[in-house]
Design a protein. Structure first.
Length: 116
């Protein structure tokens, strides 16, 4: 956690936990990532990408399991939703993974998807 506690920012947080959990994984609304979040081919191989993802995910899970931080008092800006507290960022990470899982399932369900 790099941001200082700022409980006064709670009034700026317009998203509810429920909205994050419902809206982020909802594939009925297609979305494009902002330019600065689009993939840039910075990993040379798929194995490097997977390793980086797993390391990041492990660090997040370890943090969640061990933190004593008040996640509701730390905020970070989201490019679309505005300020979210740290708890909401953790929900968003999970919901975003769910969204991509659904996207993969849609691609695999396409009749033109290779079956072999």
């Amino acid at each position: 956690m790099t941001s200082a506690a700022a409980p006064e920012k709670r009034a700026e947080d317009k998203m509810t936990d429920e909205q994050i959990l419902q809206r982020i994984p909802d594939r009925s609304h297609k979305a494009q990532a902002p330019e600065f979040l689009k993939p840039t081919s910075r990993w040379a191989t798929q194995a490097e990408l997977i390793r980086a993802f797993e390391e990041s995910r492990t660090a997040t899970v370890d943090y969640v399991r061990t933190t004593n931080d008040d996640l509701r008092d730390h905020f970070g800006p989201h490019p679309i939703f505005g300020p979210l507290d740290a708890y909401q960022w953790i929900l968003l990470i999970s919901a975003h993974s769910e969204r991509h899982t659904k996207q993969i399932e849609e691609v695999k369900a396409d009749p033109n998807f290779p079956k072999d």
